[in-house]
Design a protein around this ligand. Structure first.
Ligand code: 5RP
Length: 228
């Protein structure tokens, strides 16, 4: 199976998880990226079972709307039973790096409100130690150089993310992203807390303070479920 087929497999497994574990009339938290897209396409067939969805990006909102899903504002929802999203890396504790698609801040906000974070990944995303994938850090544009200097002082190699046309990548929130290579992430919880505390950082792509509760891991032999 290729990577896309594995992503499709876990997208379908997540839809089955939601159908078996989430009450009728609930609101779903929905992530962003190619794996999340498979989940959206699979769960959309059952959209009438749900009150709607809170989405973590403009792109996912558009995809959900095209399927006829009702989109709710997070401000109108007190709690979400489940948040389903992909990741760029996940370790044995359910700590993740996210934000390869640039939606890290809204993803973290929606995930924080959800009771259960279901991470859906193909097996290439499972790592022993986080950090091979460059850590995305969303920053207020005026702070980007100051934040980059702090990351360099930690032996990181930050690069301002570019869009496909070569212009600076702008997040859904109007900010910039630094992708940081070569960071040593020995303690993901401590590093997330530290970086998030720097003035000008909107959030880092470390999802360790609130990691995944369940990982559905796509392998050629099927989907492995890991609970944390
Ligand atoms: C977007 C994300 C994605 O979940 C992450 O980049 C994984 O993407 P994909 O499922 O396309 O591999 O965090 O901001």
């Amino acid at each position: 199976m290729n990577q896309d087929e594995l992503k499709h497999l876990v997208g379908r497994a997540a839809a089955n998880y939601v159908l078996s574990n989430v009450a009728h009339g609930a609101v779903l938290g929905v992530g962003t990226g190619s794996t999340a897209n498979f989940f959206i396409d699979e769960i959309a067939v059952h959209k009438d079972r749900f009150r709607g969805a809170v989405s973590s990006s403009v792109a996912s909102t558009e995809r959900l709307r095209n399927h006829g899903f009702e989109i709710l504002e997070l401000n109108d929802v007190e709690t979400l039973p489940v948040y389903v999203d992909g990741a760029d890396e996940i370790d044995a504790q359910g700590h993740m790096i996210k934000g390869g698609g640039g939606a890290l801040t809204r993803e973290k906000i929606v995930a924080a409100v959800a009771q259960t974070f279901v991470c859906i990944v193909d097996q290439s995303k499972r790592v022993e130690q986080l950090g091979k994938f460059p850590l995305p850090v969303e920053v207020i544009p005026m702070a980007s150089s100051a934040i980059a200097r702090r990351l360099v002082a930690m032996d990181g190699e930050p690069k301002l993310r570019k869009a496909k046309d070569g212009s600076t990548f702008i997040t859904d929130n109007g900010n910039w992203i630094l992708d940081v290579q070569s960071l040593r992430i020995d303690d993901p919880v401590a590093l997330e807390a530290e970086i998030n505390n720097w003035p000008g950082v909107v959030t880092s792509g470390l999802f360790a303070l609130r990691g995944a509760n369940i990982c559905l891991l796509g392998t050629p032999d099927g989907v492995d479920r890991v609970d944390y």
